[in-house]
Design a protein around this ligand. Structure first.
Ligand code: KIV
Ligand code: ZN
Length: 395
């Protein structure tokens, strides 16, 4: 789907940077159930995973990474159960570049594996204790083995962005010769800048004929920006998680990355944007992680307006203070009452509840709300209606 451009009010300067070599069709690989589940303190039951997988399928993601089957019986059970749902999305499992991990994915009945091995000097020295040649050979054997088991294979050089470009290219060429279907480029520790990411993907494209994917972490708060830059560099797939859940500071947020790609680059995805709100709420609840109020797109405040000036503008035409309408992403607009509120918001709110007051009484209600707000009190809808009824009864 593409966004109806009449419904998004983005900066016209974006158009200056729409170039023809930016891929137009982007596939979305969701890793909420794998990297997202690696969020500290989160452990999902098989039922939780099934519910989230169904929601992701309805949202329209192309691939669901359901977990790491080799890691536990529960992960295997969830992978099998999700595979048996017969979803439209492809169902993928994670595997280190070892036979037994790849077998675990295939034995669950999945036909898509995401296999990886680290390639940066630091990971080779302190984690794997392997040489570059050994790592390359392990990756090639893993890809060949996964292909021999009939799997669609996506391969990642873990910590790619801290790996030498020369070795990274050598790895890409080698796994490609081994028959890989897609190569993912993880910014494992979130350490690359957006402009460097664009450069890196362009460089890798010179030796990579299969589609390139990108996987960004948010350690510097750059995961979504880096994801967009990778697409500018030629990446055709993005990895993302709902609400940006994931290790440490998390992964690129699916809702933010997808909407930005569609709004800024006119990219097409298969995402049904109206399902974003309900999916984010479900994931928040089952993960036990509240969505921050000021979170882009789905936070409680993302479409809340308090100041009188803003509310007046939005009530006349939402494009004054909204980049797009809440209905586009399946959430609601919220007019908040406080010391910045004006007559317009209060009248509008009361109308919603069928309370009609003359201007004099509205003015009294506004004064009262400002007094209360100045003394630190927030006014919810029920209190407003009670207050308005009180003034209405005084005459
Ligand atoms: O961030 C990362 O490097 C990963 C790998 C498993 C690809 O999640
Ligand atoms: Zn990751």
């Amino acid at each position: 789907s593409s966004l109806d451009k009449k419904k998004v009010y983005t900066s016209k300067f974006n158009e200056l940077f729409l170039s023809n070599d930016v891929p137009k069709n982007i596939t979305v690989f969701d890793t909420t159930l794998r990297d997202g589940e690696q969020t500290p303190g989160v452990a999902l039951t098989c039922d939780d995973k099934i519910r989230i997988a169904k929601a992701l399928d309805e949202l329209g993601v192309n691939v669901i990474e359901v977990g790491f089957p080799a890691s536990s019986q529960g992960e295997k059970d969830a992978a099998k159960a999700i595979m048996n749902l017969g979803l439209n999305s492809k169902v993928c499992g994670l595997a280190r570049s070892v036979k037994s991990d790849i077998d675990a994915v295939a034995d669950c009945g999945l036909n898509y594996v995401h296999t990886f091995i680290a390639t940066s000097d630091s990971h080779l020295k302190y984690k794997l204790k392997m040489t570059q040649d050994e790592v390359l050979e392990r990756a090639v054997s893993a890809v060949e083995y996964a292909k021999s088991r009939g799997l669609e294979v996506e391969f990642s050089c873990e910590d790619a962005t801290r790996t030498s470009l020369e070795f990274l290219k050598k790895m890409h060429i080698a796994v490609q010769e081994a028959g890989v279907n897609r190569i993912n480029v993880p910014d494992t520790v979130g350490t690359i800048s957006p402009i460097a990411m664009e450069y890196l993907i362009r460089e890798l494209k010179t030796v990579t004929k299969v589609p390139i994917s990108v996987h960004c972490h948010d350690d510097f708060g750059m995961a979504v920006a880096n994801t967009l830059s990778a697409v500018r560099g030629g990446a055709e797939q993005i990895h993302a998680t709902i609400n940006g859940m994931g290790e440490r500071a998390g992964n690129a947020s699916l809702e933010e990355a997808v909407l930005a790609l569609m709004a800024f680059y006119n990219a097409e995805t298969t995402i049904n944007t109206k399902m974003i709100g309900p999916t984010c709420k479900l994931v928040s609840r089952l993960f036990g992680y509240p969505i921050p109020a000021n979170k882009a797109i789905v936070g409680k405040n993302a479409f809340a307006h308090e100041s009188g000036i803003h509310v007046h503008g939005v009530l006349n035409d939402p494009s004054t203070y909204e980049a797009f309408g809440p209905e586009l992403v399946g959430v609601e607009r919220n007019i908040v009452l406080g010391k910045h509120s004006g007559t317009h918001s209060i009248k509008e709110k009361l109308n919603e509840y069928g309370v009609v007051l003359d201007d004099e009484r509205i003015a009294q209600v506004v004064d009262k709300i400002k007094d209360l707000a100045d003394s630190g009190k927030e006014i919810d809808d029920a209190e407003l209606v009670a207050l308005a009824s009180h003034f209405a009864e005084q005459h």
